[in-house]
Design a protein around this ligand. Sequence first.
Ligand SMILES: [Zn+2]
Length: 261
Amino acid sequence: MNYKKILQRLEKLLPNTWLYQVQYMHSSLLVRWILRRGSMPLTFSKKSAMVFSPHQDDETFGCGGMIALKREQGIPVVVAFLTDGQGSVGEDSEIKDKIIQIRKEEAVTALNILGVESSEIYFLDKVDGTLRDLEALQRQQTIEQIAELLQKYKPGEVYVPHQKDCHKDHEAAYTLVKEAIAQAKIEVELLEYAIWLFWRAPLFIMLKLQDIADAYRLSIAAVQDKKNRAIASYSSQIEGLPPGFIKRFLGSYEIFFKVES
Ligand SMILES: [Zn+2]
């Protein structure tokens, strides 16, 4: 590699590293504040749950502890992945298929560790990155698929990414599930989990205080080991995530927001 290339690389690397540090500091402070002052303890509920995850890993990062706690008590938990998790690997279909397969295997491994049986895991296989821009027909079909799952299991609780999670697939997942709940005409308690919200929302500007006002914290200390092992099984994903990002998810609390119906 010549000098110029090395320099170009460094230029690309430096601002990112700085950005990551700022994001890491901001996100750690925000989460610490939420856990210490800005949240109420969430009482563990024995209701069955259905978790909707845009990509293979969001469910474990956001809700892995909750899932493991419920499964240890034999409470039913179903997980549905909305996209195929191919990421942005370009057009090579062989590589794409391989990645999709790896992501699925990792998801099943992670969820098995958390106690979810393979028969309770669904892959809806929408193309990664397209949830917000689905064509009308495909969008309607997706909502129907979700509604069918809701009808089949009639969960007491539904977990979705936060409606302002600073990622287009995550925010679209919230909207799709919300519409599916209305279509399925079932009574559920809707809870949001945050993946990118604290990380990407720059210093409270985008993140209005009211959006984090109704935060709840669930102690997952009893199953932390399981969750960390489940996270580790997503080895193909972990490499691509910003340094420091994963750290928050290794803690002994999970943060949820209740959506008023
Ligand atoms: Zn995601």
